[in-house]
Design a protein. Sequence first.
Length: 264
Amino acid sequence: MRRFAVLITLTLLGACSTVEDLTPSLSSSAPTVAVRAPRFADSDPHEWDSGTPWNYAVHGTDVSKYQTSIDWPAARASGISFAFIKATEGGDRFDEAFNEHWSRTKASGIPRAAYHFFYFCTPAATQARWFIQNVPKDGSAMPPVLDMEWNPKSPTCKLRPDAATVRSEMSTFLEIVEKHYGKKPIIYTSVDFFEDNGLSGFRGYPYWLRSVAGHPRQRYGSHPFTFWQYTGTGVVPGMAGNADINIFNGTEAAWKKWLRQNTR
């Protein structure tokens, strides 16, 4: 009865804005989830009044050079089923931990994607070429990610373009990267950036939404999303310090299907 109740909860949560096709598709060769619906500890937990993240079956993390010496097998055993790994920023910055994270996640059987942090003082085409120069074309990897958020603390770039320019630059980057890797990129963004730049109308790409103080439906309305970053202060075995934790917006069967469609 409890298992049935959890499945009903997942269905209701996913009904608002899910990936395009969440029809169960079982296969003995599909990737498995080490821990279904894990509930990680949190050093600064949010009191979820609805839409609790642990009702979702599949959880993952995202990392950069600030996460070092990760025990990926331990993280996977605890419930980390995917990882987003920072690769590049702007047109000349390469994350020095990328190669290590990239190779070790693959060796540990963790599906992973590379992401690019957008820099508003460098043309989008230049940034796309820089990403392509540094991220291998690996069919087993998940689609590449474009990280779009304001960075007011940047010591070198205070530029804040208008919304039309932002969307145009996004389109340029996404089109170049998709053509090279043959996979439609994922867009990561935050609530303020989403609202400031009218991204509710920027469709055609899967979204990874940040919302650490409420379910995405409370912050982004009915906008569809494939991934949700629900905390930046999580506690994950095998990872030192605070960890970002994310969910896949669908059932375990849907996750297996999504991977089959996007990692080949």
